[in-house]
Structures are given as structure tokens and as C-alpha cells.
Write a protein that binds this ligand. Structure first.
Ligand code: F6R
Length: 240
């Protein structure tokens, strides 16, 4: 693992954006794995700004998002589809038909998972961006006795629903189910970029990077990835 610590979030975000831009400029048809949540917002802002300056074009890029809530339509502000449109896709030249998220509104969720895996099988991910949950989840692969390799439907842990409740009007509105890429798909990415910011992530970052590799901390699996880049601000890296 290549661990890099930054004095400020601004420096981290600029570095991460540059990393993506370098890849896309070397390989215009790159396939990117993307995340939602608060962590990548600054990176997406940088990418939009750099796109506007003409430093990068996404016209041949393909993207696959990690996850989506079940039962929340793309028109709902809390859906990850809406998040991606609002924070990135709506501001760059990425063709809409090459920006993929799992469809949490599908009638047959199992078929949707298989379909998503099928699409990714044809297009290996060049860089997979990840945040990390306080319990060590990546995507919505929650700590468990066993983890799943492929895309699957997951029941969100109460702690994850609590953490995401800030975005919803009430706890009852927070979805109980999501579709997520599995750890097998994530680990297949050629490069993984895990980003963590803030003192509240310091304990789980220490556990994930320096603790045992265990399904009880899904992010610890990244220790076994041949090209994992970990970007931390001083606070998140404070306990290493
Ligand atoms: C989001 C995702 C989640 C988040 C994680 C951290 O697509 O897959 O694993 O990356 O919950 O969320 P934030 O960035 O809000 O702390």
C-alpha cells in the first residue's frame, strides 16, 4: 500500500483529481469506479474545475458507481444517481449512457446485480475510488463473517443508517437496503484509491491499514491489493 498524508483537504483533493486526470489523459477510454458520500465531493469539484479549464475530457470515459439505495428513484435528491449528477456528471462531458450505477428501482434486484457484474466484466476498472465507513465498510460491504465477491443486495447496518440519517428528513426515510459492488469487483480494479478525511476516521484507518486482514473490517482487504493508494488528511492519519 502506498499511504500519503496531506496537510490539508484541499491538497488531498487536488492530488486525487490530478491522479485521475493523468490516467484519463494517458488513457482517454479509462474506466473509473466512483463513490458517493462526503469524502469525494472535493475531488469531484476539482475535476469539474479542471474540465472547465480544458485540462481533461471525459468524452470517452466509462464510470461504474459502487452502490445505490434500493427504492430511491434517481429523481430523489438522496439517491446516489442524483448525487453523481449534481456533483459530477451534470458538469462534465461524460456521455450519460456510459455513467453506470446499480438500479435500485429494478423489479428484479438479483437480475440487476447480475447485469451490473456482466457490464463490469467487459470493462475492468482502471481506478476505483473508495471512501471508508466508520465500521470499515467499503461500498456497502458491511463487516460480517463472510463477504460477497459480486454485486449484491445488502441490508444496511444500523450504524450505517445512523451515519446517513443526516441526509434524510427522518430515520424512517433512511433506506434499509442497498445494492453494492462486492469486494471481489472492488479488488479487481487495477488501482484502488481509498480516501479518508477527518479525526472521526482515524481509528478505523488504523485498524484497516495496520490491523489484521479480516472480513470484520472490509477495508483491511486492501492490504492485499497490489496497487492500493491511500490518501489521508492529517486527522484521518493521526493514529498511524
Ligand atoms: C459511498 C460508499 C460508502 C462511503 C462511506 C464513507 O458510495 O460506498 O462506502 O464511501 O460510507 O462515507 P463518507 O464519505 O460520507 O464518510
Amino acid at each position: 500500500m502506498n499511504i500519503r498524508m496531506f496537510d490539508s483537504r484541499e491538497e488531498l483533493d487536488a492530488f486525487a483529481a490530478q491522479f485521475f486526470i493523468d490516467k484519463i489523459n494517458r488513457k482517454p477510454q479509462a474506466t473509473l469506479g466512483l463513490a458517493t458520500g462526503s469524502t469525494p465531493i472535493g475531488i469531484y469539484e476539482n475535476l469539474v474545475e479542471r474540465y472547465r479549464k480544458g485540462d481533461v475530457s471525459f468524452s470517452q470515459v466509462t464510470t461504474f458507481n459502487l452502490d445505490e439505495y434500493v427504492g430511491v428513484p434517481a429523481s430523489n435528491e438522496q439517491s446516489y444517481a442524483y448525487f453523481m449528477k449534481n456533483n459530477l456528471f451534470g458538469h462534465i462531458d461524460l456521455p450519460v449512457d456510459r455513467a453506470f450505477l446499480p438500479n435500485g428501482m429494478a423489479d428484479d434486484l438479483q437480475a440487476e446485480c447480475a447485469h451490473y457484474d456482466g457490464m463490469m466484466a467487459g470493462q475492468p476498472i482502471d481506478i476505483q475510488l473508495l471512501g471508508i465507513g466508520h465500521n470499515g465498510h467499503i461500498g456497502f460491504n458491511e463487516p460480517d463473517e463472510a463477504l460477497q465477491g459480486g454485486t449484491h443486495v445488502v441490508t444496511l447496518k444500523q450504524e450505517t443508517r445512523d451515519a446517513n440519517a443526516r441526509f434524510f428528513a427522518s430515520m424512517d426515510d433512511v433506506p434499509k437496503l442497498a445494492i453494492t459492488m462486492g469486494v471481489g469487483s472492488i479488488m479487481k480494479a487495477r488501482t484502488i484509491m481509498l480516501v479518508a478525511k477527518g479525526a472521526d476516521k482515524a481509528d478505523i484507518i488504523k485498524q484497516a491499514l495496520q490491523g489484521p486482514i479480516t472480513t470484520q473490517c472490509p477495508a483491511s482487504l486492501l492490504q492485499a491489493h497490489p496497487d492500493a493508494l491511500i490518501l489521508l488528511d492529517r486527522e484521518a492519519g493521526g493514529k498511524l
